[in-house]
Write a protein that binds this ligand. Structure first.
Ligand code: BF8
Ligand code: SF4
Length: 649
């Protein structure tokens, strides 16, 4: 029986998306939401992870009647192999992004970076100290070159561990060593995992899953950590910045350019070029009032964090942005860019431009973005968008009003500064607030949207409840954008929505109750923040001991699978809003959802209801607090944050 298509208001939480979904319906435009309807009754073998197409004796699928594939592989082996391959996909995506940035850093250090330079010398020197480089008397270029070579080695190392692992708490490193999951070179981990999942190699589901954790560590504490460090060195370490989010940021009278994807090289240049007086003049001559640059997905997060460029939307809004009829150009690079975009755009005047040779889409204009003349390339692209302004059909334009204010830009450096002040930047006040019980713990909410869930609904329900329960929320990726659209990334939101303890802390320090920490590779910032909490003292000596939980509410990508794994391997419990494709193996489920707890100190938990997830999170935080013995201390008369503020003055 065909099911009734959902109504727009059942597909999305925010009114801007609902408005454009109605427009799409009227104009008969297919979107991921309607295509999801057509995919109903998705393949149960794929869903349960029991379809194997690793060799050409297959594809094999496991059923009660045929419990083994042609080669004899059982459900445990097949499910575990498929899972590891997902982690490999996620790790490769994040880490290749990191590699591109390292290569750019190297070029900039050698004086061949064209318009790219080392913008943040402080971040460079801090990184150099982390890797114990000799700093004295050396220029920033010399340091950057040595650092870039160290980073490149992190990809190719064959037998030694990643140096970047040493940025984690020492006890964490011992756990990984003892469990044999300390990763070698990032590329080697990806290749070895592909080898191990080839037909006829690794068949022990436990061994395969341990390799999944090992590979994910090469992502989180390797490729992603490097990507974030190098982005900060090249483009600047983010600090709090005001901006706005949702489709209402598009201008009625401006040329709208939306940048979508992940790698920040091009978007950085677009951010600079869009402010150029010559470009603004060019737009005015074309009859527009100027140029509005806005972002979708993680590219949005990158230029938001560093330039305050507004956000048009998160993952499920990419097609909706085009359907407004008000976008002259959407530039895409890598990851999470739907291949449907040119088809959707064909109903409007929007030009979809692919910018990376490794990522092309039929129907998109391909304009390879050259590093050497990056600013010129960016200007050429913007001018082309301006030239397209005359083709906008006012009868097809609907720009929703919704457009919420926010503060983003919370790098670890910025948090330290906010908490401790310029001269004694530190995490101490946060640790104290956790020990005193004003803040019950820290929860990282990360990941995507997925049309299986009403857009943003799980993320927003969960976030609201957590801050009400005095949990400080750290966010990245599309989950952060959901909160931006919800208007919850403002210091004022703390006054209106946070529980008393969290509100007092946010008020004293001047931060929102939900901190936007960046893009998906910037989940490494959450690991870094956790490490700072451990190093500050009083809350245990590895990440498994601090009251912290990770959540991927509406996740969809392989990157989210890798992220979940490196959180768990770092001892942090992870709640998933819907399960992995592992339901076909009881043993794999048991391993990931229970046994990892004894191995790493954290495991996965699946809660499809956000309120049940809140209960579980509060329980996990409370258990952590009890183990630390801090719930008792919280009953004593505590240091008043208001007094502290006076002391600070
Ligand atoms: O890397 S959160 S939908 S955009 S995968 Fe993609 Fe998921 Fe968004 Fe960023 Ni992350
Ligand atoms: Fe089938 Fe085994 Fe080949 Fe997989 S590896 S497709 S289970 S024969």
């Amino acid at each position: 029986m065909p099911t009734q298509p959902k109504k727009p208001q059942d597909r999305a939480w925010d009114s801007a998306s609902v408005e454009i979904l109605k427009k799409a319906e009227q104009e008969c435009i297919d979107t991921c939401f309607t295509r999801m309807d057509l995919q109903q009754n998705q393949c149960a073998f794929g869903k349960n992870g029991v379809c194997c197409r690793i060799c050409h004796m297959g594809p094999c699928r496991i059923t009660k009647k045929s419990p083994r594939g042609v080669c004899g592989a059982d459900a445990d082996t097949i499910v575990a192999r498929n899972f590891l391959r997902e982690v490999v996909g996620g790790t490769a995506a994040h880490s290749d992004h990191g590699r591109h940035l390292v290569l750019l850093l190297k070029k900039a250090a050698e004086g061949n970076g064209g318009d790219y330079q080392i913008k943040d010398e402080k971040a460079l020197r801090y990184a150099a100290r982390l890797y114990k480089l000799e700093e004295n008397g050396r220029t920033k270029e010399e340091l950057a070159l040595e650092l870039a070579d160290i980073f490149l080695d992190e990809f190719t190392k064959q037998e030694e561990n990643l140096d970047t692992l040493t940025l984690s708490p020492v006890k964490q490193q011992n756990i990984w060593r003892n469990q044999g999951v300390d990763p070698k070179g990032i590329d080697r981990m990806v290749v070895e995992s592909m080898h191990r999942t080839h037909m006829g190699v690794d068949h022990d589901y436990r061994n395969i899953l341990m390799q999944a954790f090992r590979t994910s560590l090469a992502d989180g504490w390797g490729g992603s950590r490097i990507a974030t460090m190098v982005s900060d060195i090249l483009f600047g370490t983010p600090s709090p910045v005001r901006s706005a989010a949702n489709l209402g940021v598009l201008g009625e009278k401006t040329v709208n350019i939306v940048v979508h994807g992940h790698e920040p090289e091009l978007s950085e240049m677009l951010a600079i070029a869009s402010q150029d007086p010559g470009i603004i003049d060019y737009a005015k001559k074309a009859g527009a009032e100027g140029v509005t640059l806005a972002g979708i997905c993680c590219t949005a997060n990158e230029i938001l964090m560093r330039h305050g460029i507004p956000i048009a939307g998160n993952f499920l809004q990419q097609e909706l942005a085009v359907i407004t009829g008000a976008v002259e150009m959407m530039l895409v690079d890598v990851q999470c860019c739907m291949p449907s975009l040119p088809e959707v755009a064909s109903a409007y005047h929007t030009e979809i431009v692919s910018t990376t040779d490794m990522a092309k889409t039929i129907g998109a204009t391909h304009m390879s973005f050259g590093v050497q003349k990056a600013l010129d390339s960016a200007k050429t692209m913007i001018k082309r968008a301006i030239d397209n302004f005359k083709n906008r059909d006012p009868n097809k334009v609907v720009i929703p009003k919704e457009n919420k204010q926010m503060v983003a830009g919370f790098s670890v450096d910025a948090i330290k500064y906010m908490l401790g002040g310029r001269f004694r930047a530190s995490f101490r006040p946060l640790n104290d607030a956790i020990i005193q019980g004003r803040i019950k713990g820290v929860v990282g909410i990360v990941g995507c949207n997925n049309p299986k869930t009403k857009l943003d609904s799980y993320i927003n329900t969960l976030t609201r409840e957590l801050i009400k329960n005095n949990v400080l929320v750290l966010k990245t990726g599309c989950a952060a954008i959901a909160s931006a659209k919800e208007g919850i990334l403002t210091p004022e939101a703390a006054l209106e929505m946070a529980g008393q303890g969290l509100r007092e802390v946010c008020e004293a320090v001047g931060i929102p109750p939900v901190l936007h920490m960046g893009s998906c590779v910037d989940n490494s910032r959450i690991l870094e923040a956790g490490t700072e909490i451990v190093l500050e003292g009083g809350l245990g000596d590895d990440l498994s001991q601090i009251p912290a939980v990770g959540v991927a509410p509406e996740w969809m990508s392989e990157k989210a699978v890798a992220i979940g794994c490196y959180f768990v391997a770092s001892g942090i419990d992870v709640i998933l809003g819907h399960p992995f494709h592992i339901e076909g193996s009881e043993n794999v489920i048991k391993f990931l959802n229970e046994e990892t707890r004894d191995i790493f100190g954290g495991s996965f938990h699946v809660y499809e209801d956000p309120l049940e997830a809140v209960n579980k999170i509060m329980k996990l935080l409370s258990e952590d607090r009890k183990r630390l013995g801090i719930d008792k201390k919280a009953e004593r008369k505590l240091f008043d944050m208001k007094d502290r503020r006076e002391l600070d003055v």
